[in-house]
Design a binder for this molecule. Structure first.
Ligand code: SF4
Ligand code: SF4
Length: 470
């Protein structure tokens, strides 16, 4: 029986995955916590957060905008709506006011000349900081002053956490990850259950909790609670190339709602165990699942500033690209014309451009670039958690029309993505617009085109896995 036939028998199609997750996302608003602190403390917390996080880079960016308007040409939310409030430079206004009154060398003057900042100002900024900025970094590409609006918006998200103004969906998931250590209920037990399902129904082994392994692989909540095909595909590829790999049950979750909400302590709390597990097992490589924001959550985690780690972190598309370049993927040709959507976090902000293209080349794909591609690729509109936000529906839908136009222009039958969040957003847009394009995951595409099928792990390794849970 072919891999594809087996897949459709046990795991749902991605169309169904999206529909199931959309239902769960719809319930998040009711689960969001109410503010617990007084308004005075929330305001003071927000202002103090911005003051503490403002270093030389931030000060220069806040001081140097010349209001040329170039960035408006690059922002999908401004381009899709034409509404002035969504211009990138407007998203810095509140941060700049706080900076001028509290940090600037001329703060004594600004305090005399400007209105005090109120909690209401932060409430009004919530839409600009979450719904209308995917922290994609495209505006920085065209800014003559090199202002990194995405980073400034991220500091504002940090202030929003202190002000208890995180949008309800992100707030609910942040609190779940912080308090229970799960995302959509995904836990070490969910991981073990999924591994059992994959072994039972597909005969594919996943080495869990090996004491030592060269490659440590992360999974993600989406793969564990909804899209089993993602982990199945990863396992098939790892076994196919015969790499010495494992998944650690004390550090497997790619999703990081600390990064997405702006909660720095959760960001670190979620990333620390992953780094510790990789060090414990002596991994040389940490492979991050197809989860775009997980890449910056780990690669640019503040703790990494303290020194180099003894292993390399790679996004899934980077790992696959290296395997493709080394001739380790034996693949049958992919039929039909395809294009590729670079996830903002791994592409423009991470530089992983050549590797996914090397994979498509190894697949023998009839590949065509999007009109704006690589560092100029348009964000799909769902990044930085926006995909989850009900209040951002109009902005997301409007900006996705840019993506539809771009993909249609290529004449491709399918768009390949390598980020679960992009994929969910594309799937939502595809279904809403009755769009006749296929949306494929890079890792699943590779797994579906492996020539000689999966290679089970050796008896010794399987035995090692049995008793090796730390
Ligand atoms: S492009 Fe840069 S300098 Fe020009 S308005 Fe935008 S942020 Fe300001
Ligand atoms: S980072 Fe992206 S979404 Fe945010 S303002 Fe810049 S272009 Fe727009």
């Amino acid at each position: 029986m072919s891999a594809q036939l087996e897949t459709t028998q046990v795991f749902p199609s991605f169309e169904q995955v999206y529909q199931g997750l959309a239902g769960q996302i719809g319930m998040l608003r009711q689960m969001a916590p109410e503010p617990t602190k007084s308004e005075e403390r929330r305001l003071a917390g927000a202002i103090n957060t911005l003051v503490e996080e403002t270093n030389a880079d931030e000060a220069v960016w806040l001081e140097s905008c010349i209001h040329c308007g170039q960035c408006t040409t690059a922002c999908h939310f401004f381009q899709a709506t034409g509404e002035a409030k969504y211009a990138p430079m407007r998203k810095m206004d509140l941060y700049r006011r706080v900076y001028r009154r509290e940090v600037s060398p001329l703060r004594w003057l600004f305090k005399l000349a400007t209105r005090p900042v109120k909690l209401k100002d932060f409430e009004e900024a919530q839409e600009l900081i979450y719904d209308s900025c995917s922290e994609c970094g495209r505006c920085t590409m065209v800014c003559p002053m090199g202002i990194d609006t995405a980073s400034l918006v991220h500091h504002m998200r940090s202030a929003m956490v202190a002000a208890e103004l995180v949008p309800p969906e992100l707030s609910a998931l942040r609190m779940e990850q912080k308090n229970a250590g799960t995302v959509f209920g995904s836990s070490p037990e969910t991981l073990k259950k999924m591994i059992d399902t994959i072994r039972t129904h597909y005969g594919v082994e996943i080495p869990l909790d090996l004491r030592e392994a060269e490659v440590m692989v992360l999974s993600s909540a989406v793969d564990l609670v909804a899209n089993g095909n993602g982990l199945l595909a990863t396992a098939r590829i790892m076994n196919h190339i015969g790499v010495d790999w494992t998944i650690c049950s004390d550090g497997f979750e790619s999703a990081n709602f600390g990064l997405l909400s702006g909660d720095m302590s959760l960001w670190r709390m979620q990333a620390d165990p992953i780094v510790a597990a990789a060090q414990r097992i002596g991994a040389k490589t940490l492979v991050i699942a197809e989860c775009g924001h997980a890449y910056p959550a780990l690669r640019w985690n503040p703790m990494l500033r303290s020194g180099a780690l003894p292993f390399e972190m790679m996004y899934m598309s980077e790992f696959l690209g290296r395997q493709a370049k080394a001739g380790k993927l034996r693949l049958r040709p992919l039929e039909g014309k395809v294009t590729y959507h670079d996830p903002c976090k791994t592409g423009r902000r991470g530089g992983a451009f050549d590797e996914p293209r090397a994979v498509l080349k190894a697949l023998g794909a009839d590949f065509v670039e999007l009109p704006a591609n690589k560092e100029y690729n348009w964000c799909c509109g769902g990044g930085a958690g926006i995909f989850l936000l009900e209040d951002a529906t109009r902005l997301r839908d409007e900006s996705f029309k840019i993506k539809i136009r771009e993909v249609n222009e290529t004449g491709a039958e399918a768009v390949v993505v390598s980020c679960a969040s992009c994929r969910l957003n594309f799937e939502a847009g595809r279904q809403k617009n009755h769009w006749d394009k296929r949306v494929d995951s890079l890792v699943e595409l590779v797994a579906d085109h492996l020539i000689d099928g999966p290679t089970p792990i050796s008896g010794k390794k399987a035995a090692d896995a049995e008793g090796a849970v730390a």
